[in-house]
Write a protein that binds this ligand. Structure first.
Ligand SMILES: Cc1cc2nc3c(=O)[nH]c(=O)nc-3n(C[C@H](O)[C@H](O)[C@H](O)COP(=O)(O)O)c2cc1C
Length: 213
């Protein structure tokens, strides 16, 4: 079945019964937890690359595609990163099979001739507006970070996102020379059981988050 067939099938469904397939909903969201405990099993770079090959197609403003990833694997790099983590996150970075520094590239406009062939002049617009470039990079890399979390889960991996770390410290150390700005650190691997001791916390209800006008 092609994706077009699938879209046709979904479009044909009775709107009162249509929704996210239960297995997909469980895998990506309902059973997926923020993982702190992983099995001792290496995560091959090629698997992360294949996930990226998929999630890179998620939309970004003007097709800016500013997400950048640093894969932290060696004991030496892991120790360097752990030094920048908040205390409660330090051990997790040292113990995870693989850790990603998820970052934004404010220099994304270097690629815009290729990424926005319909409007190549945008490269010069962003080159002349460092603040706008940085804001655009951060907003859209965050959006891509969400796609990445869901994509890793879709490949059967568990994900432990962490914002508790010294971002300037990581930028000056592990990201030195790239110009990238770190956004979050994500442990990746196969969850050990549920992957966490924490009870699942509730989420807000539809009526609390949505308004129709
Ligand atoms: C951007 C972001 C930053 C986070 N930062 C941390 C962190 O620094 N330390 C930590 O233990 N968990 C962190 N978390 C995990 C959240 O607390 C967790 O995703 C949330 O409580 C939902 O948990 P659940 O997915 O198991 O339901 C972070 C999650 C996200 C998405």
């Amino acid at each position: 079945m092609t994706s077009t067939d699938l879209l046709d099938d979904l479009a044909d469904l009775d709107p009162d019964r249509a929704g996210v397939d239960d297995h997909v909903a469980d895998l990506l969201f309902r059973d997926a937890r923020s993982v702190a405990r992983f099995l001792d099993r290496e995560v091959p770079e090629d698997l992360v690359r294949r996930v990226h090959d998929v999630v890179r197609w998620g939309p970004t403003a003007l097709n800016t595609v500013p997400l950048r990833l640093l894969l932290v694997r060696s004991p030496e790099a892991r120790t360097r990163l752990a030094a920048h983590m908040a205390e409660g996150n330090r051990e997790r970075v040292l113990a995870a099979p693989l850790t990603l520094v998820v970052a934004a590239d404010p220099g994304f406009h270097r690629h815009m001739g290729r990424l926005t062939p319909h409007a190549p002049q945008l490269a010069d617009v962003f080159a002349a507006d460092a603040e706008g470039a940085e804001r655009t990079a951060r907003e859209n890399a965050w959006l891509q970070a969400g796609y990445l979390v869901v994509g890793l889960r879709a490949a059967g991996l568990g994900v432990g996102p962490m914002g508790g770390f010294d971002k300037a410290g990581v930028d000056d150390d592990l990201l030195a020379g790239t110009g990238w700005r770190s956004l979050m650190v994500v442990n990746v691997g196969w969850p050990d059981g549920e992957g966490t001791h924490h009870a699942r916390a509730p989420r807000l209800e539809w009526d609390e988050v949505a308004r129709t006008v």
